[in-house]
Write a protein that binds this ligand. Structure first.
Ligand code: NAD
Length: 353
């Protein structure tokens, strides 16, 4: 199927659907913006219920990547890919070779790395047929490899900033963490090392057991973790967890975590605000991973990645200041800032903060 021009939420996107008869997988790649550079975002492998759910996810995620990359000051646009995970056993190599062939259709306008459900190994397979693949294993101080620890670091630094706004620190705080995958588990280790107490939940019992083998934590049922009494609720599972049902039940004063697209709708930012809950916008705080991917693309070192990830905290502070000054939510402040950067870039100016 050729690349299509479509519209998402009032703005154009480019979309490519691809199929792989060997693995029985179907996928979509969406490019939201190349105003700042090649569209960059991970590939998600997920058992979507249907094509509508898959399309909605890739379009929302691609838009989110435009904003995330702009706010992070990266020379990258926004894009994303999703693959509907076939039921039962499937040929994983064939699947990621198919992704690689689809990437080549865009001729470098879209760069991929791993995301939920995909690994550095999968990226190596895609790289065998396409040069537009990152998140690959590296050595010798060069940036690259699994972005998750950098994402966890950025979330941790953001959590410190938000707690400080409430006159608290990580030490002695109680943090409820939802999702103990690559990022959530790493975040838990950092929080424990810094003196926080943890309440955790994951739908995968093995993930809970693995975490508890190294970090002391109380366990909550996955359906109740958002309502645990805590200083911070950290959503590190999947998107849309902050919605009209869960927000009224939240008993933490701060919400900040790694998951992409945490708010089910933009109005949910207002709902959090009205309840007096301080929110760290997801794409601002979880930019550590994409900063690492960008550094791999640009040939930077891990030291340079660390410097850039350290800027996430001050950037969040500046957005919170803007939100207070303009009496808007932190999410609205982040969206407005990202749109300003993208508009400047589209007019041919650099516009980076
Ligand atoms: P992962 O797949 O390794 O972990 C996700 C975990 O969430 C899994 O253990 C899963 O069992 C659990 N989970 C799923 N649904 C749940 C539910 N309802 N309740 C509790 N647990 C549930 O993914 P990850 O790489 O750790 O990423 C986590 C989130 O952060 C995702 O939304 C991802 O898009 C986002 N993110 C990740 C990175 C990164 O560098 N990996 C970067 C930016 C954003």
């Amino acid at each position: 199927m050729p690349i299509q021009s479509v519209t998402f939420d009032g703005r154009p996107q480019r979309l490519l659907a691809f199929q792989d008869p060997v693995s029985r997988a179907s996928g979509l790649i969406a490019i939201d913006s190349t105003a700042l550079g090649p569209a960059t975002g991970g590939c998600r492998l997920w058992p979507y219920d249907d094509n509508v759910a898959m399309l909605r996810d890739v379009q929302r995620l691609a838009r989110g990547m435009s904003y995330k990359n702009a706010i992070a000051g990266l020379p990258l646009g926004g894009g994303k890919s999703v693959i509907r995970r076939p039921a039962g056993d499937f040929d994983r190599v064939a699947l990621f070779r198919a992704l690689g062939r689809a990437l080549n259709e865009f001729g470098g306008d879209y760069l991929v790395a791993e995301d939920v459900g995909t690994t550095t190994g999968d990226m190596q397979v895609a790289r065998s047929v396409s040069p537009y693949v990152f998140g690959l294993p590296v050595s010798g101080g060069s940036a690259g490899g699994d972005p998750s620890p950098w994402t966890a670091l950025g979330v941790f630094l953001s959590l410190e900033i938000l707690l400080a706004r409430r006159g608290r620190s990580v030490a002695g705080s109680r943090i409820a963490v939802q999702g103990l995958g690559s990022v959530g588990a790493d975040l838990c280790r950092r929080l424990h090392a810094a003196g926080a107490s943890l309440v955790v939940a994951d739908v995968n019992e093995r993930a809970v057991a693995e975490l508890r083998a190294t970090v002391p934590a109380k366990i909550a049922a996955p359906g109740t973790i958002h309502g645990i009494e805590a200083d911070v609720f950290a959503p590190c599972a999947l998107g849309a967890g902050l919605n009209g049902t869960t927000i009224p039940e939240i008993r933490a004063g701060i919400v900040v975590g790694a998951a992409n697209n945490q708010l089910a709708t933009p109005a949910d930012a207002d709902l959090l605000h009205r309840r007096g809950i301080l929110y760290g916008p997801d794409y601002v705080v979880n930019a550590g991973g994409i900063i690492n991917v960008a550094a791999e693309y640009l040939g930077l070192t891990t030291g340079e990645v660390a410097d850039q990830v350290a800027r996430i905290g001050p950037r969040l502070s500046a957005l919170l200041d803007r939100a207070e000054a303009e009496r808007i939510t932190p999410s609205a402040a982040a969206d407005a800032t990202a749109r300003d950067i993208l508009a400047s870039a589209s007019k041919g100016r650099s516009g980076l903060p």
